[in-house]
Write a protein that binds this ligand. Structure first.
Ligand code: NAP
Length: 485
């Protein structure tokens, strides 16, 4: 494997516009930090609004030829990119760990998961179809066709620097769209590495343009207002999603919104407790808890809550906290000091209200933004940790007595991305699944993400689906033709 220094030195740091790697106007840059040390790794280009408009112009110029590019050829580029990502998983993982913090093992599994979106959508590229049907009154025929939606703006967060990109870029490419991608400013290097791989895989100039910037609104605002842009797909916080939706309403842009979560994890008295604890460990600690599908709050039947809390605490207490690049690290740092302070505040609020710390409960002394894996028992209703997205390795456990109480607690949230249900009673499990106000459910499973499945939420978690057969629909528009025979 390449050294840390080599992987950073060989990383792309310039904007990719129209197939050319170039500096930002005026040579502006922004620093990229290693969250495990707080030190600057390197600097990348920081785009101006003119750079952003250049990127959109490149996407617009490439749109016609790319839409006409044979679907099989589009799919083969994605397939080749999947293979290159898989071959280079170790180096990509190291780059991701350096700029984002999570352990190398977790970064590697993200690289492979991210690559799978390219494999899935390479297969979907050739299955875009329309319909030919009889007009019910017999007066003609109804023809529908699917066409690329047009130049897209794809905005991604820092928590899964590659996977949040490939699940937008994969279907956008497969459907024949061109795009401008704006990754989070904390994790630009992974996205540039991905862009270099797509270029190497044969993606024509201008189909994918990548701009990083120290000011998201400076580059996004002019793009959203530009009539050449036809679609905005955003993954990030509900707050920013709402702002973007308001901006996009001026031009009625097609939107996909993958927003915040606050997943309930329900454990009924008839659950397989071993499986529930295993699932809880995955759902809570994956990505250091910084995942929109992280189990945010555990609602456990009162008869087994103490046992569940103890067993989860024993498991989380054994995890090793450290720099993601160190062998044996399970839990890396949080992304930045602000995120660590939020976690500190939420835990303090819960303990002030009477919650009991079963394990953990402290932040590291630094450097780096570490927080210990933590389990809080007897968390009272009203604690902020039950209603706010934690984005850290903290598991608050609350109790319920009845099924309807459990369902009410689960649904008592503005968010509706995912819920987890542990029960061995089939009828109950299905009843609860039906009653949950979420876009996804993990039934006796702590992990739902899968490129072959439609990922997305309801309520304030947004709308639109990524992955599965539904994922490509977000990048197609339907044209209906009334045919007179
Ligand atoms: P964020 O602050 O909303 O940022 C997400 C992206 O939006 C970044 O690229 C950011 O750029 C950009 N952005 C910020 N302000 C903007 C503005 N005014 N106009 C245009 N773009 C703007 O979210 P985050 O903290 O990075 O990510 C965590 C959130 O994402 C959590 O709430 C999590 O639940 C959610 N998430 C949801 C999903 C899902 O599929 N539902 C998946 C992953 C994460 P800068 O980096 O320059 O600020």
């Amino acid at each position: 494997m390449t050294s840390e220094n080599d992987v950073v030195q060989s990383a792309r740091r310039q904007l990719l516009i129209g197939g050319t790697w170039r500096d930002a106007a005026g040579g502006a840059t922004l620093p990229v930090e290693d969250p495990s040390t707080g030190r600057t790794l390197t600097d990348v280009a920081s785009a101006s609004s003119d750079d952003a408009l250049d990127a959109l112009a490149a996407a617009d110029a490439a749109a016609g030829a790319w839409a006409a590019h044979p679907p099989r050829a589009r799919g083969e580029i994605l397939r080749r990119a999947f293979e290159l990502m898989t071959e280079r998983a170790d180096d990509l993982a190291l780059l991701m760990t350096l700029e984002m913090g999570k352990s190398l093992a977790e970064s590697r599994s993200e690289v492979l998961y991210a690559a799978e979106f390219f494999r899935w959508f390479s297969e979907e590229a050739v299955r875009i179809a329309g319909r030919w049907s009889n007009e019910p009154g017999g007066s003609g025929r109804l023809l529908t066709m699917k066409q690329p939606v047009g130049p897209c703006l794809l905005i991604t967060p820092w928590n899964f620097p590659l996977a949040m990109g490939t699940r937008k870029i994969g279907p956008a490419i497969a459907a024949g769209n061109t795009m401008v991608v704006k990754p989070a400013q904390q994790t630009p290097l992974s996205m540039y590495a991905l862009a270099a791989i797509l270029t190497e895989a044969g993606l024509p100039d201008g189909v994918l343009n990548v701009i990083t910037s120290s000011s998201a609104s400076r580059v996004v605002g002019p793009l959203v207002d530009d009539p050449r842009l036809r679609k905005l797909s955003f993954t990030g916080s509900t707050e920013v999603g709402r702002t973007l939706m308001a901006q996009a309403s001026g031009r009625l842009l097609r939107l996909s919104m993958e927003l915040g979560g606050n997943a309930p994890f329900l454990v009924f008295e008839d659950a397989d407790l071993d499986a529930a604890v295993d699932g809880a460990v995955i759902a809570k600690t994956r990505n250091v808890g910084q995942s929109c599908v992280a189990a945010n709050r555990f609602h456990v039947h009162a008869s087994i809550a103490a046992q569940f809390t103890e067993r989860l605490a024993a498991r989380l207490g054994k995890l090793t906290v450290g720099r993601g690049t160190e062998p044996g690290t399970d839990i890396g740092p949080l992304i930045d000091g602000q995120q660590r302070d939020t976690v500190i505040e939420l835990v303090a609020d819960a303990t002030d209200r009477g919650a009991r710390v079963a394990v953990g409960g402290s932040a590291g002394t630094g450097p780096g933004y570490f927080y210990e894996p933590t389990v809080l028992g007897d968390v009272p209703p009203g604690a902020r940790v039950l209603s706010e997205e934690i984005f850290g390795p903290v598991a608050p456990v609350a109790t319920f007595e009845t099924e309807s109480e459990a369902l009410a607690a689960a649904n008592q949230s503005d968010f509706g991305l995912v819920a987890y249900v542990y029960s061995t009673n089939l009828k109950r499990a299905l009843r609860v699944v039906e009653g949950l106000q979420t876009g996804m459910v993990g039934l006796n499973r702590g992990l739902v993400s899968n490129p072959a499945a439609p990922f997305g939420g309801v309520k304030q978690s947004g709308f639109g689906r990524e992955g599965g057969f539904e994922g490509i629909e977000e990048y197609l528009s339907t044209k209906y033709v009334a045919v007179d025979l």
